[in-house]
Ligand binder design. Structure first.
Ligand code: ZN
Ligand code: ZN
Length: 198
C-alpha cells in the first residue's frame, strides 16, 4: 500500500470516528432536551427511572457521581442491545453503529467526568477534556448555569456551539408548541429564582 493510499485510509477512519462522536452527542442532547423540557417525574416507569434522577442532578449536580457505571447506564445498555440486535437481524449492523451505541451507553460516564475535579479524573481523562476530545467541566457548566435550557449535548465540545447557533432547541420547542400547544417545562431552580426576583 502506497503512503498516499495509507494516509487517505487513516483520514477516512478519523473522519468516520469523528462523525460517530458528533451523531452520538446529538442523540444524547436530543434525549436530554426532551427530559428537561417535557419530562415529568409523575410519568409511569420513565418518570421514576429517568426524569426524577435528572431533576435531582439539576438540584444536586454531584450527587450522581456516587452511582456505579451500571446504574448510570442500565437503560442505555438495554436500548443499545435492542438497537444492535435489530440492526444485525435486518443487515444494518456496522462498526459505525456499534461505536455510536457504545458512546451513547457511556455518555453518562463522560457526563460524570465533567462534574469531577481534575484530581478525581486523573491525567488521562483531564488530558482528553483539555484537548476537547470529550466535554470538560467549563463547557458542561453552561448547561447548569443561566436558564438551564442550553448545551444539552454532554459528550463532546463540538456539537453544542453548532446547535445553539442555529437555535435547534428553541426551533423544536416552537414546533411542538405549534403542533400540540405544549410549552417546555422550566427548570424548578430557574422558576424559584424568578419568583425571588419578583
Ligand atoms: Zn439537564
Ligand atoms: Zn451535569
Amino acid at each position: 500500500m502506497s503512503p498516499l493510499i495509507l494516509s487517505l485510509a487513516v483520514l477516512r477512519i478519523i473522519w468516520r470516528v469523528t462523525l460517530c462522536f458528533l451523531i452520538a452527542d446529538l442523540i444524547v442532547g436530543l434525549v436530554h432536551w426532551l427530559e428537561d423540557g417535557y419530562g415529568s417525574p409523575d410519568w409511569p416507569l420513565i418518570g421514576a427511572a429517568v426524569i426524577a434522577p435528572n431533576l435531582l442532578h439539576h438540584a444536586q449536580p454531584r450527587a450522581f457521581l456516587a452511582k456505579s457505571w451500571w446504574r448510570s447506564a442500565d437503560l442505555q445498555v438495554v436500548a443499545g442491545a435492542l438497537i444492535l440486535g435489530t440492526a444485525a437481524l435486518v443487515g444494518w449492523f456496522s462498526a459505525e453503529l456499534l461505536l455510536i451505541v457504545v458512546l451513547v451507553v457511556n455518555a453518562n460516564e463522560i457526563h460524570k467526568w465533567a462534574h469531577r475535579t481534575r484530581t478525581e479524573n486523573g491525567r488521562l481523562i483531564t488530558f482528553l477534556q483539555e484537548w476537547k476530545l470529550i466535554q470538560g467541566r467549563a463547557h458542561h457548566g453552561r448547561h447548569h448555569g443561566g436558564e438551564r435550557n442550553s448545551h444539552y449535548c454532554s459528550v463532546t465540545a463540538w456539537v453544542n456551539p453548532l446547535v445553539e447557533r442555529v437555535g435547534l432547541w428553541r426551533g423544536l420547542e416552537r414546533l411542538i408548541t405549534r403542533l400540540t400547544g405544549t410549552l417546555p417545562r422550566i427548570d424548578p431552580a430557574v422558576l424559584a429564582r424568578r419568583a425571588r426576583a419578583v
